[in-house]
Design a protein around this ligand. Structure first.
Ligand code: SAH
Ligand code: SF4
Length: 412
């Protein structure tokens, strides 16, 4: 079933909409408890009103402060004038996998769009049903991994704390409607953007997700994925366990990783893994390594052996994910027997490995694909040039040549 609500996308990512001005009111979900209490004090209201408001923000059904019956009418009106109840619209909802996967395209106040994906995993013997939400941390991404639709869009801006949290509130509200009383069980920062390049806001959002007065989801049920921002990993290590850290590795050899994850030109794979290893040691929490399996590019025996040598003995788990086809690349997913063979090498080295199912292929459930499709396909000659360049770059990388391309612009 496909539900389409009107979405007037203008230009790439709808960036031209609303002249980028948007609504200046802060999103209520991103306002911390103390700041909200201070605002209420200024309006002559007691501190407990902050808790009433927060409970309504997270109850999944209330659409405005004026709907909160316990609030005085004048106060509710002032709240709605000062704050936005939500900073994201559900501009489009698309379902796939017989309703097990649901992708939402959210429009932000300035017309940009980001995505979240809600995945339902039915109950199995010994395991309750799970509802996992994949959310975005930035509009676009500066890292520019060539197999990723978000990378192709380029960087637009960081999301604010409320914009991150409101994706979760939107999904929680839809979930509660679908299944009476159902709650999100897992949240993964694996949508658009590089969370460790927007770490302050991501940490604020995680704190709210943990907060029993808000979503109340335990740190073990939250995963943040990074393409390898070493200073960000070190900062997380100093903070202690906040969530599961996933590292998008894709290749263990620098030459190939330079092409697949351009950030590797700044922080090479050995540095990334050393920082992740230290994080695992300091927090006692296993690192998840992600490898998007690309046919004939990073799925050879040599790659499997290099990965096994890199991670042998670490507190780590490897997820192998078949690549979702993306229009602008010349590449396809590795065939399943090749992925199984690759997994065999890792298992033989004692490294735990899981082959992940590719969810929502028909709706482009990989990172940024729907937003890229809605932004309009790039012109055919541009796609052909990009494919040629990727073929040449990856061929050189497979011969072991490091990239001479610069570090992506916008990576601080
Ligand atoms: N920027 C972060 C988090 C967002 S990307 C990161 O790269 O880790 C989340 C995951 O989606 C990454 O592991 C990324 O490699 C994966 N991904 C991106 N494009 C994909 C595609 N076309 N097929 C399969 N996985 C993809
Ligand atoms: Fe950015 Fe992650 Fe996509 Fe790479 S895979 S371009 S880091 S969102």
């Amino acid at each position: 079933m496909t539900v389409r609500l009107p979405l007037a996308l203008a230009g790439r990512q709808g960036g031209a909409l609303a002249g980028r001005q948007g609504d200046p009111r802060p999103g209520l979900s991103g306002v911390g408890g103390e700041a909200l209490e201070a605002w209420l004090r200024e309006h002559g209201e007691p501190a407990y009103r902050a808790r009433q408001l927060q409970a309504a923000v997270w109850d999944g059904t209330t659409r405005a402060a004026t709907e909160v019956t316990t609030l005085p009418r004048a106060l509710a009106t002032s709240v709605d004038e000062a704050f936005r109840w939500s900073t994201v619209d559900d501009a489009e909802i698309v379902q796939a996998d017989g309703g097990e996967t649901e992708k939402a395209l959210h429009r932000l106040g300035d017309g940009l769009t980001v995505e979240s994906v809600l995945m339902h995993y039915p109950a199995r013997p010994g395991q309750r049903a799970r509802h996992t939400l994949c959310i975005s941390s930035q509009a676009g991404c500066a890292v520019g991994c060539p197999f990723c639709a978000t990378g192709e869009l380029g960087f637009e801006r960081d999301l604010g704390t409320a914009e991150i949290l409101d994706q979760v509130r939107s999904a929680q509200a839809r979930l509660a409607k679908q299944e009476d009383g159902a709650r999100l069980t897992n949240i993964v920062f694996m949508g658009m953007g590089e969370p460790l390049l927007n770490l302050d806001r991501v940490l604020e959002a995680v704190e709210a997700l943990n907060d029993p007065a808000k979503l109340g989801l335990g740190a073990r049920h939250i995963t943040v994925s990074t393409s390898g921002v070493v200073p960000g990993i070190r900062r997380l290590t100093a903070l202690g366990p906040q969530f599961t850290l996933a590292v998008s590795l894709h290749a263990a050899r620098d030459a190939l990783r330079d092409v697949l994850v351009p950030l590797n030109r700044r922080w090479p794979v050995a540095e990334v893994v050393a920082a992740a290893r230290e994080h695992a040691r300091a927090t006692g929490r296993r690192i998840s390594y992600e490898v998007t399996m690309i046919g004939g590019v990073n799925d050879t025996d040599v790659d499997a052996e290099a990965l096994a040598a890199l991670l042998r003995g670490d507190l780590a788990h490897v997820n192998l994910i078949p690549m979702n086809a993306v229009a602008h690349t010349p590449w396809q997913a590795s065939p399943m027997p090749v992925i199984e063979r690759f997994a065999g090498h890792l298992k033989a080295a004692g490294i735990p490995v899981t082959i992940r199912r590719n969810r929502g292929q028909e709706i482009g459930a990989a990172c940024g694909q729907l937003a890229a499709q809605r932004a309009g396909e790039p012109a055919a000659p541009a796609v052909a040039r990009r494919r040629q360049r990727l073929e040449a770059e990856s061929a050189r990388a497979l011969l072991g040549e490091r990239s001479s391309e610069p570090v992506p612009a916008g990576v601080r």
